[in-house]
Design a protein around this ligand. Structure first.
Ligand code: G3H
Ligand code: 13P
Ligand code: ZN
Length: 307
């Protein structure tokens, strides 16, 4: 099966009240773990590549890995650029065969964000490539960003932004943040804001970044085997399920993959200090990614059987 675009995936997810998982990939084992889980669950899948991942692995390696995944799995898979920082990286990915790109102008002034997003849309649309944009800035405990500081996505602005930029989907800020340290104190998302944006943009797919749950079992395992991942806290799974039932059609997960892999590798190194064959520790790490992703698909995103 060739790579697919997200259009039909999101239309169905919106209609049926679930979300498609967008998992960050950096190497072969991560791709294999995610794809094996999605194949087992017969789930639609978005594999996303950050600028850092593209630099680490090289665009052509990444694209070939995904081609192999398509061949092996027969799943509908979207290849997406995560957090494209400028027009050029979006263009390079579009030209290189990606079926979806994110242009992240969320750090720019509002009008500049519209202008940049519009430029990417004008390049992408005739080539059949989907464009995700971002409005508002993700909360981050370290940045002390909060709704009171008007960083969360403004619903009226979201409507204007979508209309004027022409973006196909919109990442919104409602209280999540990237990484393993998302909340001090109670974890909460601004659901009234999400509902309002959803109601004002009927039928329109929204995206939730920073959606890792930071499972305690991985944090504990990492710490037990020499790690120092203290006080990490993610988005509780029930909140993600609730968002998936609303207009959120794409849920981004990276940190949980990192934690699952690293906890597994730490454990291996402590238990088998004499083993230096990379396959010995990468195989269980790949399995840990697979188990984690299968759990997300089945119990959090609700997209099992939707491929
Ligand atoms: O949103 C950020 C993703 O987790 C990608 O992170 O830029 O370190 O690859 P990265
Ligand atoms: P996490 O850091 O919560 O996994 O978020 C990933 C993300 O939003 C990638 O764009
Ligand atoms: Zn993100």
């Amino acid at each position: 099966m060739p790579l697919t675009g997200p259009k039909d995936m999101f239309a169905r997810a919106y209609e049926e009240g679930y979300a498609v998982g967008a998992f960050n990939v950096n190497n072969m084992e991560i791709v294999q773990g995610i794809v094996a889980a999605a194949a087992e669950e017969k789930a639609p899948l978005i594999l996303q590549v950050s600028a850092g991942a593209r630099k680490y692995a090289g665009q052509s390696y990444i694209v070939k890995l995904i081609e192999a995944a398509l061949q092996e799995s027969d799943l509908p898979i979207v290849l997406h650029l995560d957090h494209g920082g400028d027009f050029q990286i979006c263009k390079d990915c579009i030209d290189g065969g990606f079926t979806s790109v994110m242009i992240d102008g969320s750090h720019l002034q509002y009008e500049e964000n519209i202008k940049l997003t519009r430029k990417v849309v004008e390049y992408a649309r005739p080539r059949g490539v989907w464009v995700e944009a971002e409005l508002g800035r993700l909360a981050g405990v370290e940045d002390d960003v909060s709704a009171e500081h008007s960083i969360y996505t403004d619903p009226d602005q979201a409507v204007d932004f979508v209309r004027r930029s022409g973006c196909d989907s919109l990442a919104i800020a409602i209280g999540t943040s990237h990484g393993a340290y998302k909340f001090v104190g109670e974890a909460k998302l601004d659901f009234p804001r999400l509902e309002k944006i959803g109601n004002m943009l009927p039928g329109y797919p929204l995206v939730l970044h920073g959606a890792s749950s930071v499972p305690q079992e991985f944090v504990d395992m990492a710490n037990q085997y020499g790690g120092k991942v203290g006080g990490a806290k993610g988005v509780p799974e029930e909140l993600l399920r609730r968002a998936a039932g609303l207009a959120v059609c794409k849920i981004n997960i990276d940190t949980d993959i990192r934690l699952a892999m690293t906890a597994s590798i730490r454990k291996f190194f402590m238990e088998r200090p004499g083993d230096f064959d990379p396959r010995s520790y990468l195989a269980p790490a790949r399995q840990a990614v697979r188990d984690m992703v299968r759990h997300k698909i089945r119990n959090v995103l609700g997209c099992s059987g939707k491929a």
